[in-house]
Design a protein around this ligand. Structure first.
Ligand code: PXG
Length: 289
């Protein structure tokens, strides 16, 4: 049975409860991180906690713990749960308030750490590649709710997910208000064109993925030209390869977009090379612990 970290205590899953007056539930008022553990090391923990602090800053939430304390809490929860290569969900809610929006009524942010398994896509899909669709719902405008904030309000992404499920596709690609490609529901997107690696820039309104940044770094190491640039649907349809990146998904190939087959319809050569390099990186990671 799992143990959940809840405000400093490790409690059995069935006892890990929070109030119905928590603004995380009432308003989606809070932030989170999704982190992976490989070979007992929490991969890129510092970067995830740094992103969490930035999200907290933007939504005006003061975290009750320091960077180092959150790191310790994460490691402690991983140790308390005997799971091979688990996934960590680090959640901070605004805490208990009243039935009004005002966050000043919420005195105590709640820190929750869940350690569990995750499988976003089946092994078969990694071999075959994803069938995707560009959905009608656009990604949140960056001056409304900046996608760089990993907030507990994921309705924007869930709407997109519903639209892809409705047409029986594996994943949704979201555009921004200008019609440029942003990202997927829980992953960043890349294409290969003429041996170059292209991905939407931060200014497209995306979550700046930690996996995205690792893939950019690995590609440069492999002497692949990388360009962060505005991409259109045309660029996606005519790409040589396309893939998604995320902490949970790692790197997964996209083989169709809106019924257009990408190149040969099989995971591309460079995609496979990058996935190999990424797996090598995560399994040789020793972190700073
Ligand atoms: N974009 C969005 C919108 C995300 O939520 C990523 C990109 C990838 O970022 P990282 O840092 O992980 O490389 C994410 C994170 C899910 C799920 O169940 C996915 C995420 C978070 C929570 C749930 O699909 N991905």
């Amino acid at each position: 049975m799992g143990l959940i970290y809840l405000n400093g205590e490790l409690v059995p899953t069935e006892d890990a409860k929070i109030s119905v007056y928590d603004h995380g539930l009432l308003y989606g008022d809070g932030i989170f991180e999704g982190i992976r553990v490989y070979n007992g090391h929490v991969f890129n923990l510092d970067r995830h906690i740094e992103r969490l602090f930035n999200s907290a800053k933007v939504i005006g939430l003061k975290l009750p713990l320091s960077h180092a304390e959150i790191k310790d809490a994460v490691k402690k929860t991983v140790k308390a749960n005997d799971i091979v290569d688990p996934y960590i969900r680090l959640v901070v809610t605004r805490g208990v308030g009243n039935l009004g929006l005002d966050p000043r009524k919420c005195a105590n942010p709640q820190i929750i750490i869940i350690v569990d398994k995750i499988q976003l896509y089946s092994e078969e899909l990694y071999k075959k590649g994803l069938d995707t669709v560009i959905v009608p719902t656009i990604r949140n405008h960056y001056e409304a709710l900046n996608p760089r904030v990993k907030s507990l309000n994921y309705l924007n992404n869930i709407m997109a997910k519903i639209e892809c499920v409705n047409v029986n596709k594996d994943e949704a690609i979201m555009l921004n208000k200008d019609g440029y490609v942003a990202e997927c529901t829980g992953d960043n997107i890349f294409i290969i064109k003429d041996s170059e690696l292209l991905t939407p820039p931060m200014s497209a309104g995306i979550l700046v993925g930690i996996t995205r940044n690792e893939v950019i770094r690995l590609a440069k190491e492999m002497e692949i030209t990388v360009r962060e640039e505005a991409l259109t649907r045309y660029d996606l349809y005519t790409a040589d390869e396309c893939f998604l990146t995320g902490t949970a998904a790692q790197i997964i190939s996209v083989v169709t977009i809106d019924g257009r087959t990408i190149s040969t319809g099989k995971p591309g050569e460079i995609t496979i090379k990058l996935l190999e390099a990424y797996r090598k990186l995560i399994y040789s990671y020793t972190g700073d612990e």
